[in-house]
Design a protein around this ligand. Structure first.
Ligand SMILES: Nc1nc2c(c(=O)[nH]1)N[C@H]1C(S)=C(S)[C@@H](COP(=O)(O)OP(=O)(O)OC[C@H]3O[C@@H](n4cnc5c(=O)[nH]c(N)nc54)[C@H](O)[C@@H]3O)O[C@H]1N2
Ligand SMILES: Nc1nc2c(c(=O)[nH]1)N[C@H]1C(S)=C(S)[C@@H](COP(=O)(O)OP(=O)(O)OC[C@H]3O[C@@H](n4cnc5c(=O)[nH]c(N)nc54)[C@H](O)[C@@H]3O)O[C@H]1N2
Ligand code: SF4
Ligand SMILES: [Mo]
Length: 711
């Protein structure tokens, strides 16, 4: 075990300015300054010195102190006293809580085996210590059901890695140097706000900014060209772009010859993918497709930024495989500001296995994907019944598809549910035991980013509010009470920080936990944004070392990167998939359900977090459904009507917004609101499908057919 000197002590009851890093699952990873007066935080601001944050936070986090001190915070362990879902609880001590939880788990394990225990967690905080992998060692040691977590980017990342390997590829700050920027399925101004100034700078320098999205959202409104597209058909557009680039001789011949693999096979594959063919799939005029291909190829360095929705349909993986070919074909990787921006998290030398400890897990342990939580709770999945559920860092009732079934499962009297939370979410309302979780101002963590190259250390600024504890501390207590004595269950926060990263990696040269305690954050030791072009001369971390149009890894991928299951970021061998990109059409709509529903992020919430807080509720407004004027007219719907959006899985009631900003045939109802905010006690995941995309077990949320009518 690596050890590290203790970090300098902080006077938690003192006054002054402290440093912190925003904990949320957001690419921006903002650096914050916290004003503390006599142990109470009075303001949280963006750190002006931070080159990416530049002094601003966002509508979600500007008033973070209101979250920290909200009267609705869970500040003590709670035991349920009313029926499940009633929200009636009484406070108990931590000793009682830990005793009840571990006592019940031991009983369940004795009677049904450890796989009857199922954890559910995601990214309430994305801290390296308290985030994705916290809890994995305990549940691995227990032999509990493995909870596969593929909400976000698992399909796109798998496709990306198949094409170019686990490389950061692009420094987001280098976008100022781009000459042509394609923002594809990403509402940056809402979801990656601090990247926008770099794009805007490029735009002022003369770059053209293109947005490909069924919705003319805040970002599209600022673009030079908004290209509306039918959901789930991006693969057809990408294949046609490849077709035009190859057939019109727009490739960078040298780059293709020296640094890519499989151009002949790719040429053959896209032979029939003409712009006219793609027009029929996507709804984008063939001439626009030609123009986009020509401009993208000519506008070097050109950049594509893909968002998460790009993977959210049955062909999501293949779509990203096709998009991934584009920068290789046109030689976009040659210069800073060129390439494909997906998840630059790969720049951080994180030791995922040290956090998750897959070696503790018994061979062959059952894996259940979280999209199937409802089915698992209903006993519809092979293996022992799920008798104990532990939810932390997640609000599955709102974020998980199959809402009705999830709720029915949570209501089971024979299910023992523990929820570690800051608030009584829609999920926590069903808990037998609720455990109070610390906020970022009350805990230590070390923060990577999936949207820039700065690592940050978050130290506590204030004492815990009430009895709240960090997730790391929670799992230390649970492991001790379970009698697990492996070293990893006794590690201090400092020891975990030492183990969590490969501190001898070149990217961390000159950076230590102690130096971060001084500076708060530091840029990884990489060339600056004006010089970062790691693939200018190829050098891709793929089997061939080339940008692989024809993927060598495809021959044996099980296609959930272990990062998203539990554990490391290596590429795992397993099944067989198409080594070339192809177009897989969406299931689409039918006569009964002729509209296509998408459920992107809410501007003022981060996933379902903040949807219970007044300032953010005011900013977001009532849950709504956007509908094109022609679709509205067909159904005699007018702006402001209560709208029933439904399919065979369920229905939601939302306020109609009739607007030409949404493509004809598409309904847009953003995710995040809690059930109580809705008229029908159901949110958009009551109607979303649970199917997987073709790679990485990504969701298919953007392939949801619905009908709407006036309620
Ligand atoms: N304000 C805010 N910011 C957030 C979050 C939040 O909840 N709120 N969540 C954070 C998280 S966890 C993530 S993963 C990121 C995600 O951030 P983004 O990648 O921006 O994801 P979304 O907003 O879900 O969807 C982006 C866009 O995809 C479009 N879209 C949907 N289906 C399709 C399709 O089939 N094709 C195309 N071309 N476009 C489609 C939607 O209209 C939407 O505008 O944001 C992070 N930042
Ligand atoms: N329809 C639809 N569904 C989606 C999406 C979509 O775009 N459309 N997006 C998907 C995506 S990209 C994502 S990332 C997921 C997000 O899914 P989740 O990660 O589950 O996100 P949240 O809903 O914000 O829930 C996180 C919870 O963790 C709690 N929390 C915060 N910090 C801590 C902590 O330190 N400890 C503990 N114990 N709890 C904490 C918060 O209070 C919050 O209730 O949703 C997915 N679901
Ligand atoms: S949610 Fe994102 S944009 Fe807002 S403060 Fe946190 S990191 Fe920054
Ligand atoms: Mo996400």
């Amino acid at each position: 075990m690596t050890t590290t000197p203790e970090l300098p002590l902080i006077d938690l009851n003192g006054s002054g300015t402290r440093r912190a890093i925003c904990p949320h699952d957001c690419p921006d990873g903002c650096a914050m300054t916290v004003t503390v007066e006599n142990g109470r935080a009075t303001a949280v601001r963006g750190d002006k010195e931070h080159p990416f944050t530049r002094g601003g936070l966002c509508v979600k986090v500007n008033n973070y102190v209101d979250r920290v001190y909200s009267p609705d915070r869970v500040t003590a362990p709670l035991r349920r006293t009313g029926p499940k879902g009633s929200g009636r609880f009484e406070p108990i001590t931590w000793d009682e809580a830990i005793g009840t939880v571990t006592g019940t788990w031991k009983q369940v394990i004795d009677e049904h085996g450890p796989e009857a225990v199922m954890p559910v967690s995601y990214l309430g905080t994305q801290g390296t210590l308290n985030g994705l992998n916290v809890g994995d060692p305990l549940f691995n040691r227990m032999g509990a059901t493995v909870s596969e977590r593929t909400y976000c980017d698992s399909g796109a990342s798998t496709a990306y890695v198949m094409s170019v390997g686990p490389t950061a590829g692009v420094d987001p700050e280098s976008l100022v140097h781009s000459r042509y920027i394609v923002i594809w399925a990403c509402n940056m101004v809402s979801t990656n706000l601090h990247l926008w100034p770099f794009v805007a700078q490029a735009q002022r320098n003369g770059a053209k900014v293109v947005v490909i999205d069924p919705v003319k959202h805040r970002t599209a409104a600022r673009a030079d060209w908004h290209i509306p597209i039918r959901p789930g058909t991006d693969g057809a557009l990408a294949m046609a772009l490849i077709h035009v680039i190859i057939n019109e001789g727009l490739t960078d011949r040298d780059y293709v010859e020296q640094h890519t693999l499989g151009v002949d096979e790719l040429t053959e594959r896209v032979r029939d993918c003409t712009p006219e063919w793609a027009e029929a799939e996507t709804g984008i005029p063939a001439d626009d497709i030609r123009t986009l291909a020509r401009e993208y190829a000519a506008g070097q360095p050109s950049m594509i930024r893909i968002g998460v929705a790009i993977e959210r349909h049955p062909g999501g993986g293949s779509t990203v495989r096709a998009i991934s070919c584009l920068p290789g074909l046109v030689g976009a990787w040659r210069k800073p500001g060129g390439g494909l921006l997906a998840l630059p998290l790969w720049a951080f030398p994180v030791n995922w296995d040290a956090l998750s400890r897959p070696e503790l897990r018994p061979e062959g342990t059952r894996i259940i994907n979280q999209f199937h939580l409802g089915r698992a709770l209903a006993g519809e999945i092979d293996g022992p019944p799920v008798k104990a559920l532990m939810v932390y860092n997640s609000n599955p009732v709102v974020v998980c598809p199959d809402q009705e079934k999830v709720l029915a499962g949570l209501a089971r009297d024979d299910l023992f549910t523990v929820v570690s939370e800051q608030f009584l979410t829609d999920t926590a309302l069903y808990a037998d035991i609720v455990l109070p979780a610390a906020t970022q101002l009350e805990q230590t963590d070390i923060m990577f980013s999936w949207g820039h190259f700065y690592i940050g250390l978050n130290r506590p600024s204030i004492p815990p509010v009430g009895d709240a504890i960090s997730n790391v501390e929670l799992f230390r207590r649970l492991a001790a009470a379970m009698g697990y004595d492996d070293d990893c269950f006794r590690m201090t926060d400092e020891e975990l920080i030492a183990a969590a990263y490969d501190w001898s990696a070149p990217a961390l040269d000159g950076i230590t936990p102690a130096s971060l305690a001084e500076t708060g954050w530091a840029r990884l030791n990489l060339p600056g944004p004006d010089a970062y072009a790691p693939h200018a001369e190829g050098g891709f971390p793929t089997p061939s070392g080339r940008h692989e149009f024809l993927s060598g890894a495809a021959a044996g991928g099980d296609f959930v990167l272990p990062l998203f299951r539990q554990g490391s970021n290596e590429f795992q061998p397993g099944g067989v998939v198409d080594p070339l990109p192809r177009y897989v059409p969406p299931v689409g709509t039918d006569g009964v359900h002729p509209l296509s529903l998408i459920s992107p992020k809410s501007h003022a919430y981060i996933n379902s977090s903040y949807a219970n807080l007044p300032a953010q509720q005011r900013a977001q407004g009532e849950p709504s459904g956007w509908l094109h004027p022609d679709d509205a007219a067909d159904r005699e719907v007018t702006d402001g009507d209560l709208l029933r959006v439904f399919n065979e899985r369920g229905e939601i009631l939302v306020r109609a917004v009739v607007t030409a900003d949404v493509t004809r045939g598409v309904v847009m109802a953003s995710m995040g609101a809690w059930r109580a905010q809705t008229k029908g006690q159901a949110t958009v995941n009551a109607i979303n499908p649970t199917g997987f995309a073709d790679l990485g077990h990504a969701p298919t949320f953007s392939d949801t057919k619905v009908q709407v009518e006036r309620a």
